[in-house]
Design a protein around this ligand. Structure first.
Ligand code: MN
Length: 451
């Protein structure tokens, strides 16, 4: 560093990122944003504490300060220090300026992707505690694996697409003793049902980054610190296909790791063509979905990464998963009813008796399998239903006629408040929960909406 000399008086404000015992004292490492200093003290500080150290610069080789006075900062001073130091680190960090894939979403979101990349790199540099919740499907898992390539964090699988107030209270409780933790929600958390949870995090003063491609509720933006969503891009079409795992791969790419492969797996998992996934990527996505459906423990990310490396286990999971889907498809096809409405082919398939509760494939996977079985260029939708659940799939032809399931579901939810409990999803794929016994009437009503 320019301008420092040994023996000079120095005052440094910084964040403690690490410490270790050193005789009867502790040796602390302090990041000021310009450099990492160290000092020894008998006082006890924690990682993440912000201190101001007055003393003599003893050595220029590793910036050792002999402290004369150490003050632990509190309140607003801490927040200001974090902001300032983080900014210095972000300015110094080299973040790649190129994208993995150029498309209307990545181009428009480039500076946002960069912002998240910088934020995560700074968090890593400051050794902040990061909690990442990822959606328990191939897209969410691939995204978490992409971020894992350059970042350490606690990872938890989220099996619902909603960030509930219960999740928020849990996180607030668990992070209570962490200093300036950071929460990342990946592939969920930006829909209407998540707002209350997000509000609690905000009220608790937690910093939150949301990376999601589910239809965005307008209140999300004001309740999180950074929002990376294709739904914020004006005029963008088919927003959902820019999947969360794909966006996470773009972030990781800017941080200098290779994530091309994970971007493809993420897109394969959500049937998106954005990263042009191939046959092998589709296989891997299926393996991840199969694993995620069978995993009940929360911290499973390392396990997924391992399975992908173990060839034999991988292939045997793949053959089991595809066999189970084919078997379910065989059971479903005889029950499919075909009709037509306003030039749209409609397939309806009852799924009770076709899928077993809590088994792979679930109702949504079987509906997708039926949908893919009847693949056509003409406008077509497939509706799968079971007890209290309706699953919707539509093709590009359906979309081109100007329809969107997220819009239709929104309308149904408000028109049929008493029967439709909740619903949501994407333009081409969505799900609805209804009161028991109202599955068929809701489907009839839904088909009427196509008129
Ligand atoms: Mn997704």
């Amino acid at each position: 560093m320019i301008g420092f000399s040994e023996g000079q008086k120095i005052e440094v404000k910084g964040i403690i990122t690490y410490s270790r015992g050193f005789g009867g004292e502790r040796k602390y490492f302090l990041k000021s944003g310009d450099a990492t200093f160290c000092f020894r003290s008998r006082d006890s500080f924690g990682n993440g504490d912000v201190v101001s150290v007055d003393g003599i610069l003893e050595s220029l080789t590793d910036f050792i300060i002999k402290p004369e006075k150490i003050i632990l900062l509190e309140g607003k001073e801490v927040d200001d220090a974090y902001e300032g130091i983080e900014k210095k680190i972000m300015d110094k960090t080299e973040i790649k300026d190129s994208l993995l894939f150029e498309n209307p979403a990545s181009t428009a979101l480039k500076s946002k992707i960069k912002e998240v990349a910088g934020k995560l790199i700074a968090a890593k540099e400051l050794n902040r505690y990061i909690l990442l919740r990822f959606h328990g499907d191939a897209d969410g898992i691939a995204g978490a694996l992409a971020l894992r390539k350059f970042l350490r964090f606690r990872a938890y699988q989220q099996n619902s697409a909603v960030y509930s107030p219960r999740d928020a209270v849990n996180d607030l409780g668990n992070l209570h003793h962490e200093n300036h933790p950071l929460i990342v929600l990946l592939d969920f958390g930006t829909n209407e049902q998540s707002i209350d949870g997000l509000k609690l995090l905000k009220a608790g003063g937690l910093e939150v980054i949301c990376i999601d491609h589910h239809p965005l509720h307008s209140d999300v933006k004001s309740n999180v610190n950074i929002l990376l969503s294709p739904w914020t891009v004006e005029g963008l079409e088919d927003q959902s296909k820019y999947t969360a795992g794909y966006l996470a791969s773009e972030i990781a790419n800017m941080c200098g790791v290779e994530t091309d492969n994970l971007a493809k797996i993420a897109c394969a998992g959500d049937k998106s063509d954005v990263a042009s996934p191939g046959e092998e990527d589709r296989k891997t996505a299926l393996v991840l979905d199969y694993l995620a459906a069978h995993t009940s423990f929360g911290n499973s990310l390392e396990f997924y990464a391992d399975v992908l490396k173990k060839e034999e286990l991988y292939s045997s999971i793949y053959s089991q998963a595809s066999e189970k889907i084919n078997e379910a498809l065989e059971r479903a096809l005889p029950k499919v009813k075909k009709s037509e409405k306003n030039g749209i082919i409609v397939y309806v398939v009852p799924l009770d008796g076709v899928v077993e509760p809590k088994q792979f494939p679930n109702r949504s996977k079987v509906t997708t399998a039926v949908f893919e079985h009847f693949k056509t260029d003409s406008p077509m939708i497939t509706i799968g239903y079971g007890k209290r659940t309706i699953i919707l799939r539509g093709n590009d032809g359906f979309l081109k006629k100007g329809y969107s399931f997220s819009e239709i579901v929104k309308k149904l939810s408000s028109d049929m408040k008493d029967f439709v409990m909740s619903g949501g999803g994407h333009a081409k794929a969505a799900a609805v929960r209804v009161e028991e016994g109202y599955e068929k009437s809701t489907i009839d009503r839904l088909i009427e909406e196509l008129g």
